[in-house]
Each structure stands twice: as structure tokens, then as C-alpha cells.
Design a protein. Structure first.
Length: 54
């Protein structure tokens, strides 16, 4: 896997997590801990993306 394709995959996963966070926050039945976990996953991906782009 090239760095470019790996970076594209990371960005795709980050965008998917962003969507899940938005949906979870709109749903009144969503557990707050689930949202926190999703946000942590999203942050880890963002940090990895930053590592490759700097």
C-alpha cells in the first residue's frame, strides 16, 4: 500500500466517523460514552493523518 492510498483510507475512515458522531449526537437514545469513544477514534485518525501530511 502506498502512502497516498493509506492516507486516502485514513481520511475516508475519519469522514465516516464524523458522520457517525453527528448521527449519534442527534439520537436521544445514544449513550454519551459511545459518542466519546467515537470522538477518540476520530482524533487518533486525525493525528495519524497529520503525521503523514507534515
Amino acid at each position: 500500500m502506498t502512502i497516498s492510498s493509506h492516507l486516502s483510507e485514513l481520511k475516508r475512515k475519519h469522514d465516516a466517523l464524523s458522520q457517525r458522531v453527528e448521527e449519534a449526537q442527534k439520537s436521544p437514545s445514544t449513550d454519551g460514552l459511545e459518542v466519546v469513544d467515537l470522538k477518540k477514534q476520530k482524533l487518533r485518525l486525525k493525528e495519524e493523518i497529520t503525521k503523514y501530511t507534515n
